[in-house]
Design a protein around this ligand. Structure first.
Ligand code: GLC
Length: 721
């Protein structure tokens, strides 16, 4: 019995366990590099290759001989997904219920980076509890069109807001000793033809709009993993694009972690090996039902290619090194602190994010509802009782409970008012109107003091079926932004018989409001507010919580007003989509081209008012110090999101009329004043010059705009740079 080949690995495991059981630390610590070197030296080529592709639905290969475990991943961005086990069949006898957090766009609407961190911490702790090493989130793709089916999972149309929220979230996850996975890199802004569409986009738009959140995730949050997107960029698949992965992500940004493909996003062995994809995931989806992990692109054919000398083994070693770095960073070899799930604290965080993410769009002196006057409350709409956790695609979760709006309203004021419910409309594949439901709701509205309509979008018609209907779901985009099932007509009819209609929407983006907006007293955007969403909505409607959410995207008056539908293409044709609008995405377009939105980026009302004063600026060697006061000039406590935009007044090229470069959220008691001081770095005044392929700061005049939204500018100053 030759003990040497057993003794060494055993010693190695002991050595690794002893040396790694400390708190999570930044990637590529020198001590780890030495351990990684020794591991790689011991590996056979087959063992190395086994690590760079999937070994099951949500794991990549380990090396048992050397004590290297598989890397275990799980979706999703707002909760740890169902327990899929190794072959996609849901494992029904595992309690996989988790905290169902509000989805990404609701988190972004809080504009509260501290909440972003706490949100990530809950996710990381629950992923640990479920035995995962990597949580596949956040999704940070820019909201380019309101039709993208996954906007509900993403954050914003603005790269700065997206970056700030992503950095907090990732730090929260990774401080739990779990790897985050920022996705989908890059320019994956539609679901239509996502697996093959070629995005034609300028480098300037990539650098200024589509890259920043990924760059911040790497440079500021030290994100441990990145997911390569399905689509092509300028002709090359993202997972086979050496400029995108080797040059930009790894060389320029200094990314030391691993780049995994999206599931089934690798299409060529040589291209993926040489372009910087470190782990091929999900190709089994394309093999179903005859799954053979050796037939992955980065499996047997990769071994053969290396053996033929067509690809140097050093290329494979770098991938293995990156995977081991992530494993050491999350202390996979040490004993990790235990996680926890479904705790009261986690559920309270879900409530807080929902309360701060719900946006009050319109309020004609009706909200908060006065329970002394609103004695007979009629709740109308399918979304008042529908649950959403299971829908949406890979971000689906199973949760212990989900408070619907009707439940939330009953829990809050059920013993002070008579609350009745009418479904009002029916969700059908044929998008039909149910006249009886509508007539019954209108009849009931005649006798109500106030009508609370809860409508909007849903996820999949049937959670098990993705990409079949035009809803907020992975795999499919919406056909338009019109309300379905006759909701428009119903809202108008309700408003004709009742003067106090409050409209609240679920959904990942705007709906056309023109048909009824002038007839209703209030409009509230609730997004998908998670398991405590109904509680949060009720707290806001009845004033227990003062709303503070702000739109992270522009709500256009009509679809064709969006630049992706007027200047650019959406969803493109013959597998190609041209981002002809360039950097003029969202408010950068609406403001510069003077197109009036229904509700603008950064808009959100409060039950109190805020005054801005004493705005001062001071420049010193290309940085600008600002200070200003905010006062709560109303009668109740509230939180205000102060936004700072920069306008380049003398640029040599066409620039957006304003760009968000800073924000902060402050909580103020009535009559309380706080002084905000900040420094804008020189980067806030730079733009990417495509001809020079670099960021430039052109001397000249800049305007600094301080506001409560992108169009509610309260004070401004000009500076010379
Ligand atoms: C999906 C999604 C990605 C998800 C992955 C695993 O296709 O695009 O966001 O994390 O596959 O489910």
């Amino acid at each position: 019995m030759d003990f040497s080949n057993r003794l060494i690995p055993l010693l190695l495991i002991v050595f690794l366990v002893v040396s790694c059981s400390k708190k999570p630390h930044n990637i590529s610590e020198n001590s780890d590099e030495l351990k990684i070197d020794s591991l790689i030296q011991r590996m056979t080529l087959e063992e190395k290759i086994g690590m760079i592709h999937a070994s099951s639905a949500f794991t990549s290969g380990g090396v048992p001989r050397l004590g290297i475990p598989e890397l275990i991943m799980s979706d999703g961005p707002h909760g740890v997904r169902f327990e899929h086990g190794r072959d996609w069949a849901r494992d029904m006898d595992v309690d996989d219920s988790v905290t169902y957090l509000p989805t990404g766009i609701c988190l972004a609407s809080t504009w509260n980076t501290e909440l972003g961190y706490q949100y990530g911490a809950v996710l990381g702790s629950e992923a640990k509890h479920r035995g995962k090493d990597v949580i596949l989130g956040p999704g940070v793709n820019i909201i380019r069109s309101p039709l993208c089916g996954r906007n509900f999972e993403y954050l914003s149309e603005d790269p700065f807001l997206t970056s700030r929220m992503a950095v907090g979230y990732i730090k929260g996850v990774q401080d739990q000793g779990i790897a985050a996975c920022v996705k989908h890199f890059a320019a994956n802004n539609q679901e239509e033809n996502r697996s093959g569409i070629n995005v034609v986009v300028s480098e300037q738009a990539l650098r200024e709009i589509y890259f920043p959140a990924f760059e911040a995730s790497v440079r500021e949050a030290n994100v441990l993993t990145v997911m390569g997107a399905y689509n092509k960029i300028n002709g090359l698949y993202c997972t086979q694009n050496p400029w995108l992965l080797n040059q930009v992500l790894k060389e320029e940004w200094g990314f030391k972690g691993l780049l995994m493909s999206d599931w089934g996003a690798v299409h060529n062995t040589r291209e993926a090996l040489l372009s910087g994809t470190d782990i091929e995931m999900g190709t089994d989806l394309l093999q179903m039902p005859n799954i053979d992990y050796n037939k992955f692109y980065l499996a047997d054919s990769a071994i053969a290619m290396v053996k033929r000398g067509e690809v140097p083994v050093s290329v494979v070693d770098d991938k293995v090194r990156r995977i081991l770095r992530v494993m050491f960073s999350i202390r996979l070899f040490g004993n990790r602190t235990p996680g926890e799930a479904n705790t009261k604290e986690h559920q309270q965080l879900a409530l807080k994010v929902a309360e701060e993410g719900i946006v009050l769009l319109k309020n004609q002196q009706i909200l908060p509802l006065n329970i002394a006057k609103a004695k007979k409350i009629l709740v109308v709409g399918e979304n008042a009782t529908r649950k959403h956790a299971h829908g949406g695609g890979s971000s689906q979760v199973s949760t212990k409970y989900e408070i619907t709006p009707l439940e939330g309203i009953k829990n809050l004021v059920g013993n002070e008012a008579a609350i009745s419910y009418q479904q009002g409309y029916e969700i059908t594949r044929e998008n039909t109107v149910n006249k009886k439901l509508s007539d019954d709701a209108v009849a009931a509205a005649k006798n109500a003091d106030v009508v609370i309509f809860v409508g909007g979008w849903i996820h999949n018609f049937n959670p098990a079926e993705w990409g079949i209907d035009a809803y907020d779901s992975e795999g499919i985009d919406k056909k338009n932004t019109q309300l379905m099932y006759g909701q428009d007509k119903l809202i108008r009819a309700l408003a004709e018989v009742n003067n106090n209609v409050v409209v609240t929407f679920f959904g990942g983006g705007p709906v056309d409001m023109a048909p009824w907006l002038l007839q209703v007293k209030a409009v509230v955007q609730a997004w998908y507010p998670g398991m405590e969403g109904g509680t949060a909505l009720a707290n806001i409607l009845f004033g227990k919580t003062n709303p503070s959410g702000k739109l992270p995207m522009t709500f256009a008056k009509k679809l064709e007003d969006n630049p992706s539908h007027s200047i650019g293409e959406y969803p493109g044709k013959s597998m190609e989509v041209n981002y002809a609008e360039g950097i003029f995405v969202g408010y950068r377009y609406f403001d510069t081209y003077q197109v009036e939105p229904e509700f603008c980026f950064g808009h959100g009302l409060s039950y109190t008012t805020f005054e801005y004063s004493d705005f001062m600026v001071e420049t010193s060697d290309n940085t600008v110090s600002l200070s200003f006061n905010i006062t709560n000039s109303g009668k109740i406590p509230g939180a205000e999101v102060a936004q700072v935009y920069v306008a380049n007044k003398e640029a040599s090229v066409k620039r957006p009329s304003k760009e968000l470069k800073w924000f902060t959220k402050v909580m103020l008691e009535p009559n309380e004043t706080t002084t905000v001081e900040l420094e804008l770095p020189k980067e806030a005044f730079m733009f990417y010059q495509e001809t020079k392929k670099q960021w430039v700061l052109e001397p000249g005049e800049f305007e600094i705009l301080l506001g409560s939204s992108s169009r509610d500018i309260r004070l401004s100053q000009t500076v010379e740079m």
